[in-house]
Design a protein around this ligand. Structure first.
Ligand SMILES: [Zn+2]
Length: 501
């Protein structure tokens, strides 16, 4: 039987004890949810301890313990076995935090009081509000907002405002719900940082997308119009594709954005409380598409940018809060799954056996379905055929086991090693011809000789006869990966030249 410990936090809460020294490494955290639980160990499996600390309480933390599968936890100072989820707090500076003003910095760098409510909120005209929603926004944005929506309509695109100003309680509730479903989620901002407090931010939707606007923005033409024109009315997109922030600054040109990643947007497909699949095209490339699978692999991301600026084409990447694994919520917990292990039914089954064996039948089915949904979204979005390569980009952590030696030891792979190259930098191929190409150029290369179904993209490629090259480097070696990418493009070109002979 689980024993619930009643625990009093009174002497850890230091709202009133300013400047109290609790050891050099202690940091202060303010609670940003309605109530908080404390765990006996830094994992969701451990026992809950009841607390009576709620929004605004300040606690002292000794260190943060990272947890791959659920929350990261703060170990409370001077207390044994007491851990609070980091996501339920924000760190407050030891010196400059002023509780009288209650000012905390917001996303855009401007300080807003925690309980800030804009003074000139107005309901948005029913004609433009979505469904029965009563949406509030600052009066000062309405003229430009209506002008934008009315011009959109004249161009054949009807848009509605689904969300506007949200008060603190609503933001806390939405945030609590989001982290309950997925402790590692990044879609819903912390309530004290939310730009929804300003009254200057609105979420748009259209008739086709409807109330599923967080899920998938359908009706591409309409969204293209709004992205291209919103800056003329003083709005800019802010992070999410359906979210617009008013600054009043107009530009005749498109807003200044990251040229490769933002201007060429075709669509962003949001899978609620999982991740976003970003599909983009930057001019045409008939022979290769690109994929960046793991959002934490920053060198791979940089190489994707390089690939698109140099070779153009179709690409896809998973926006996943800088994390490798995608977290799938089920029954008040979340279950991680590697987005490179979902491309065959057997692969998903194997992964669940290995990592989530304790999951019951319904849970397993639910996680399976979500993983499959992600797989379907990716595979149906990517431009990959028998006549077009997919080039996958990965970068591994310096401390991980991944290297050419790992493949040398296994029978199912044929390998070539260049002793002068970093063993973590390698080409991974599913065609013998490609293998010999890279070998002849003196690069580490692995050929997947037989199919050991782990649900990865390389297995999917081999099973479906789709041309595929994976370029792996150690994190930080992006210049080297760019060189490897140039070589891969050479390999692709040679492949098609030979085919056409
Ligand atoms: Zn990877």
């Amino acid at each position: 039987m689980k024993k619930i410990l009643i625990f009093t936090f009174s002497f850890i809460i230091i709202n009133t004890i300013s400047g109290y020294a609790f050891g050099e490494t202690a940091r202060r955290y303010m609670i940003i949810t309605n109530s908080v639980f404390c765990k006996t160990a830094p994992s969701s499996d451990s026992t809950d301890m009841e607390t009576d600390i709620g929004f605004g309480s300040v606690i002292l933390g000794e260190k943060v313990i990272q947890n791959e599968t659920d929350f990261d936890y703060i170990k409370l100072s001077g207390k044994k076995d007491c851990y609070v989820p980091l996501e339920m707090t924000i760190e407050v500076p030891l010196v400059s935090f002023s509780s009288e003003k209650g000012a905390l910095s917001s996303e855009n760098g401007k300080d807003l009081p925690i309980f800030f409510v804009p003074d000139d909120l107005m309901p948005i005209n029913k004609m433009y509000s979505f469904g029965d929603n009563r949406v509030l926004a600052k009066k000062s944005i309405l003229k430009d907002l209506y002008a934008m929506l009315s011009d959109a309509k004249k161009n054949g695109h009807k848009f509605y405002v689904a969300n506007g100003f949200k008060d603190l309680q609503v933001r806390i509730k939405e945030y609590e719900e989001a982290i309950r479903l997925n402790p590692k989620q990044t879609l819903v901002p912390k309530p004290v940082h939310s730009s929804s407090a300003t009254g200057l931010v609105i979420d748009l939707t259209d008739n086709v997308t409807g109330s599923n606007f967080e899920y998938e923005l359908k009706n591409d033409k309409a969204w293209k119009w709004i992205y291209e024109n919103s800056s003329r009315y003083g709005f800019r997109t802010s992070g999410k594709s359906y979210r617009f922030e008013y600054s009043g600054e107009r530009s005749r040109r498109k807003p200044k954005t990251d040229k490769i990643f933002d201007e060429a947007i075709n669509k962003r497909i949001e899978i609620p409380s999982l991740c976003t699949v970003h599909v983009l095209k930057n001019s045409t490339n008939k022979r290769a598409s690109f994929i960046w699978v793991h959002h934490n692999e920053k060198s791979a991301g940089k190489t994707l940018k390089y690939a698109l600026s140099k070779y153009g084409g179709h690409s896809i990447y998973i926006i996943n809060g800088d994390k490798r694994n995608v977290y799938i919520p089920y029954n008040r917990r979340s279950y991680f799954i590697d987005p490179n292990r979902i491309y065959t039914p057997k692969g998903i089954e194997k992964y669940l056996d290995r990592h989530h064996r304790k999951l019951n039948k319904n849970g397993r089915r639910s996680i399976y379905k979500k993983a499959e949904k992600l797989k379907d979204t990716i595979l149906s979005s990517i431009d990959w055929t028998e006549k077009k390569y997919l080039i996958a980009l990965h970068s591994s952590r310096p401390g991980s086991d991944f290297s050419i030696e790992e493949f040398n030891a296994k029978n199912s792979y044929l390998t070539y090693t260049n002793p002068d190259h970093n063993p973590k930098n390698l080409f991974f191929t599913t065609s013998l011809q490609d293998y010999y190409f890279f070998k002849s150029r003196g690069y580490n290369v692995v050929y997947q000789r037989s199919i050991e179904d782990d649900g990865s993209l390389s297995i999917y490629a081999a099973k479906n006869n789709l041309p595929y090259i994976n370029i792996e480097v150690v994190e930080g070696d992006d210049k080297f990966q760019q060189k490897m990418l140039d070589l891969a493009i050479e390999c692709v070109n040679q492949h098609f030249k030979e085919k056409s002979l």
